[in-house]
Design a binder for this molecule. Structure first.
Ligand code: EPU
Length: 325
């Protein structure tokens, strides 16, 4: 375990926002979590790669994060248990190298294994919940280890049990149930026509599609999709579709019709615009980015202006996927 006092959180959030934390604790796979260290309740924040966070001020408590160490527990034929701090994309490459399939559609999502469970990350017709067998966590409140089955995690679209208990659970390990047989999942429209003879080919093609729509992290910070795709009722969907025939068809979900937030923001005229030092990515209106060393407040102000405008133009409320702290 490494402890740093009063350091910048810039390397710990993908937006690259430069605020300070009073303390940052970085855990390693073998660390004993009982005793030794203490966090004040309510003054603790657990972060993965910080790929979904916007800091608007210095954090006056302890930030806990897991080292990015590549660490797997011994695995059975199709269950793989990975350290929560591992970069998700590194795990995906490893699984394909070892003939284990399923995660390839989640390629190039910028986050950690732990975050895949907290956020139920998803892309191109797949979601982490489809593969997660169990999650091992440390409960910082009760100070004990606990294990969650897939059902215990209450997974939903970009949501989980853990998301509703921020600062309480450290996701130490996630076990994924994978397949020995590669069955390409091409259900998502944007994947039509992509090469898919092997999982590696599909992974590379998806990676390219993704990176064509997202800022390169070494050039501009961002949090991936900034807003969730809004779910509306049937009458709202039909009203919008009649008024805007060019609107992409909604995906039917259990609780309504899921619209494309990117399209709404784009159609409202925000794509490529900047406000202060924060901007809307020119190739994807769903992505807000750090145009030039922006503050969290600038991101928040831009997000609020977009929400207000989309609400006014389409009558649809946008809910951020990113967490504003
Ligand atoms: N669109 C526009 N203009 C834009 C952006 C999108 O018209 O500026 C349209 C597209 O043409 C398409 C539709 O909106 O018809 C949907 O766009 P896309 O397929 O790119 O997917 P998305 O719904 O915007 C979601 C996830 C992404 C994930 C992609 C691909 C959410 C919030 N976002 O985006 O996840 O990569 O699908 O599966 O669900 C993330 O969560 O960080 C993320 C990148």
């Amino acid at each position: 375990m490494k402890v740093f006092e009063n350091i910048s959180l810039k390397p710990y959030n993908t937006f690259g926002i430069d605020v300070k934390a009073r303390r940052v604790v970085v855990l390693e796979p073998g660390d004993d979590l009982s005793g030794k260290w203490k966090v004040e309740s309510g003054k603790c924040l657990v972060i993965g790669a910080g790929s979904n966070m916007v800091f608007t001020k210095d954090y006056e408590g302890t930030v806990i994060t897991l080292s990015k160490t590549f660490h797997l527990s011994p695995f059975t034929s199709h269950l793989v248990t990975a350290w929560g701090g591992m970069v998700m994309d590194d795990l995906i490459q490893w699984t394909l190298d070892h003939g284990l399939y399923g995660l390839e559609n989640l390629s190039a999502i910028p986050g950690t294994v732990g975050a895949s469970a907290v956020q139920n990350v998803g892309a191109y017709g797949a979601e982490a919940k489809d593969f997660i067998e169990r999650v091992e966590a440390y409960d910082l409140q009760e100070r004990r280890h606990c294990t969650f089955s897939n059902a215990d995690c209450h997974f939903a679209y970009r949501d989980s049990f853990f998301k509703h208990h921020p600062g309480r659970y450290l996701i130490l390990r996630v076990t994924y149930r994978l397949s020995r047989e590669f069955v390409p999942n091409l259900s998502y429209k944007a994947l039509e026509g992509l090469p898919h003879d092997t999982a590696q080919q599909l992974r590379e093609a998806i990676t390219e599609v993704r990176w064509n729509k997202l800022p390169r992290p070494e050039e501009h910070g961002s949090a991936g999709s900034f807003f969730k795709n809004p779910v509306v009722d049937e009458s709202t969907y039909l009203r919008l579709k009649a008024e805007y025939p060019d609107m992409p068809d909604a995906h039917r979900s259990d609780n309504g019709y899921k619209l494309s937030a990117g399209w709404l923001i784009d159609r409202a005229g925000w794509k490529g615009r900047t406000q202060g030092r924060a901007g809307v990515w020119p190739k994807n209106a769903l992505v807000l980015y750090n145009a030039d060393g922006c503050s969290g407040d600038e991101v928040r102000a831009l997000a609020a202006a977009i929400q207000q405008d989309v609400k006014q133009k389409f009558g649809v409320a946008l809910d951020p996927e990113a967490i504003i702290i």
